[in-house]
Design a protein around this ligand. Structure first.
Ligand code: PAF
Length: 280
């Protein structure tokens, strides 16, 4: 695996791969790899001749007071892990490489960026859409891989590439979970052992909502209540939101007639964790 830090190096390596007739797969990340990231890379490896991973903790998607400065990082471990799953090129730019001093263009996906995580993280999806647009333009992959754990992000990115006619296929992959159900996240590293145990309440709540739906419930409030009850059983968990939204549009629903996503965000100690489940 080659590690590069400059945009022109990425362009040159991708151009060479294209000349060799290879399909280009891309996994954008902020590092601190876990099995969720590695699954995205493995899928890219299976489907593409040349696999590019970016590792960049994007400052524009953090709100003031968030964990930008202490976001977990383990560059040597990440390099070893990416090489281990067969990544060809790791792009790890400095902030000035991505945002030079005269940078002034931002991308905003309007409707999908509202509500859910953006209420607590104003500007977050503008930062995500901007950096993803830049990275997709730079790498120009055939396929780019995103996890369903960040469901609103996935929808924002799908809308972005549709609206801006970007010639890339967005490939979503299911959330990877720990054996006890906790969704894998770089932020799980912030949890103490007691918080780590309590954090399973998010997925327990989502399973309880799924069970209610399987029993015939169609009132979103009933599903949300099931999640909240599970969160309330853990004193270390402070709910941020529980919402039931249309799985395609993320619009609020009053009565369940189409697939919905049940999305939850909660604080556990220092960490703000999110999870979701799609109910067909
Ligand atoms: O999901 C992430 O890690 C980030 O939001 C992404 C897509 C790499 C953009 O910075």
């Amino acid at each position: 695996m080659e590690v590069v830090t400059r945009r022109e190096e990425v362009r040159a390596r991708v151009a060479a791969a294209r000349r060799a007739g290879q399909r280009v797969g891309f996994v954008p990340t902020m590092g601190a790899f876990h099995e969720g990231h590695l699954e995205l890379m493995r899928r890219a490896r299976q489907e593409c001749g040349f696999v590019v991973v970016s590792l960049f903790v994007n400052p524009t998607q953090f709100s003031p007071g968030e964990d930008l400065a202490r976001y977990p990082h383990d560059f040597a471990g990440d390099c070893a892990a990416a090489a281990g799953v067969g990544v060809d090129l790791l792009f790890a730019p400095a902030a000035e490489e991505v945002y030079p001093p005269d940078f002034q263009t931002y991308v905003e996906v309007e409707g999908l960026s509202r509500g859910l995580c953006s209420d607590r993280r104003p500007g977050h999806f503008r930062g995500v859409a901007t950096v993803v647009a830049k990275l997709l333009n730079l790498v120009q992959p055939d396929r780019a891989y995103f996890g369903e754990k960040d469901f609103q992000q996935l929808r924002v990115v799908q809308q972005l590439v549709r609206d801006l006619d970007m010639p890339v296929e967005i490939v979503p992959l299911p959330t990877v979970r720990e054996p006890d159900g906790l969704a894998m996240s770089s932020r799980n590293r912030y949890l103490s052992p007691a918080e780590r145990r309590a954090a399973t309440a998010l997925y327990r709540g989502l399973l309880a909502a799924r069970a209610r739906r399987a029993q015939g419930a169609r009132d979103p409030a009933e599903l949300a209540q099931a999640v909240l009850a599970a969160l309330a059983s853990e004193p270390l968990v402070r709910p941020d939101y529980v919402e039931v939204r249309d799985a395609a549009t993320l619009a609020p629903v009053e009565w369940i007639e189409k697939p919905v996503v049940v999305a939850v965000a909660a604080y556990v100690g220092q960490a703000r964790l999110i999870d979701n489940i799609v109910l067909e």
